[in-house]
Design a protein around this ligand. Structure first.
Ligand code: PLP
Ligand code: TYF
Length: 394
């Protein structure tokens, strides 16, 4: 039967990782996959994570199964981190998932159970995995305009025009902060307009928040998610701990739903537990446990927040330096958007041919849609990248 299998399209980002590894050039620069790297190119285990792991090793007495939804203490801690106390707790159901990707998948599964004619509105562009999962599930997608090719900011008028076509039973996928791949984000007054449109159309928002703490700060990055969650009757939220806790391979994420009223919560919770059971029974626990320990311990939490803040500021610094260097070398302000974007990525807005030239001629690896991972840079490579960009004629 395996002879019937057809080759599947590769994940472009992961493909690029492999290509980079094979490149023998000493001077190569990896701006591809979205993993934080410090100035030495290392993705460190965060101090608080190490400390929690040590404590866990000493104190954990069993590794018996937890439960279909994962540990309720993890849900409570993550609900606090993402939503604060903006939404009544008894309207929220949650399941632990393998990474944010698992949460995204389960969110679509749940939406499809609830809305058989489901359409999902997705920003153009969006994280390629969103589309790949939706396509694999056979769910109809409707792109909405998002990125203005000229200004490299959000095309808000285009977005609102396209979203006006939403109706009840549709889901609109929104990036809570630090849009992947563009780096361009809505401001709070634009978010308020989106909320009005959601309430007018009756469509259900699904927020994917994978970079809380990487943009303007932990609280600031959650503000849009909290606004939406507090202002609409129903909401789906898929959150990832991969980036802000640096526990990528531990596969730690969470799906939350907010129901219109508390009496609907148990059915949502039951359906979400059911989805976990159908997929893998129990979600991974190790990363979730570390996150819970860190969020619930004052000292660990303070240390984690400090390290996360240092990470955030280092990326912001690199943005500023790159924008300044490009301004200096090109004699124009056309790269100013790099300092305005937030999170790990910026999309340069150039062609795949130019991106390929950067790779072939300069050993600079970025995704073919011209997304670059800011954290892949350091003080030494910023001027090298800037010169390559200008020399290539981007
Ligand atoms: N959503 C977005 C937009 C992402 O960029 C990512 C990638 O890290 C995820 C979700 C989920 O990542 P993970 O499954 O590694 O937690
Ligand atoms: O966009 C990125 O680079 C990260 C990491 O299938 C990632 O979100 C990339 C591809 C993928 C899963 C995660």
């Amino acid at each position: 039967m395996f002879s019937n299998l057809k080759a599947q399209p590769a994940d472009k980002i992961l493909e690029l990782m492999a290509k980079y590894r094979e490149d023998p050039r000493q001077t190569k620069i990896d701006l591809g996959v979205g993993v934080y790297k410090n100035a030495d190119g290392v993705t460190p285990v965060m101090r608080a994570v190490k400390a929690a792991e040590k404590q866990l090793w000493e104190e954990q007495t069993t590794k018996a199964y937890v439960g279909l939804a994962g540990d309720p203490a993890y849900s409570d801690a993550m609900i606090g981190l993402v939503l604060g106390d903006e939404v009544e707790r008894d309207r929220i159901a949650a399941i632990a998932t393998p990474g944010g990707t698992g949460a995204v998948r389960q969110a679509f599964e749940l939406a499809r159970l609830a809305s058989p004619d489901l359409r999902v509105f997705v920003s153009s562009p969006t994280w390629p995995n969103h589309l790949s999962i939706l396509n694999a599930m056979g769910i109809e997608t409707v792109p909405y305009r998002y990125f203005d090719a000229e200004s490299r900011a959000v095309d808000f008028d285009g977005m609102m025009t396209d979203l006006a076509g939403m109706r009840a039973g549709d889901v609109v996928l929104l990036h809570g902060c630090c849009h992947n791949p563009t780096g361009a984000n809505l401001n709070m007054s634009q978010w308020r307009e989106v909320v009005s449109l959601l309430n007018k159309t009756g469509a259900t928002p699904m927020i994917d928040i994978a970079y809380q703490g990487f943009g303007d700060g932990l609280e600031e990055d959650a503000a849009a998610t909290r606004l939406v969650a507090a202002s609409v009757p129903e909401c789906l939220i898929a959150a990832s701990c991969s980036k802000n806790f640096g526990i990528y391979r531990e596969r730690t994420g969470i799906l939350m739903t907010i129901s219109e009223s508390a009496d609907l919560t148990p059915v949502s919770q039951g359906n979400m537990n059911h989805l976990n059971r159908q997929s893998y029974s129990f979600p991974p626990d190790h990363g979730a446990r570390l996150v819970t320990m860190i969020l619930n311990d004052e000292t660990l939490r303070a240390d984690w927040q400090q390290e996360l803040e240092d990470v955030r500021l280092s990326m912001l610094n690199l943005r500023k330096q790159l924008a300044e260097e490009l301004q200096r070398l090109s004699g124009s302000d056309r790269f100013g958007f790099i300092a305005e974007h937030r999170g790990m990525f910026s999309q340069l807005g150039t062609t795949p041919e130019m991106v390929e030239r950067l790779r072939a001629e300069h050993g600079i690896y970025m995704v073919s849609d011209s997304r670059l991972n800011i954290a892949g840079l350091n003080q030494t490579t910023v001027p090298i990248l800037a010169k390559a960009i200008v020399d290539t004629g981007i």
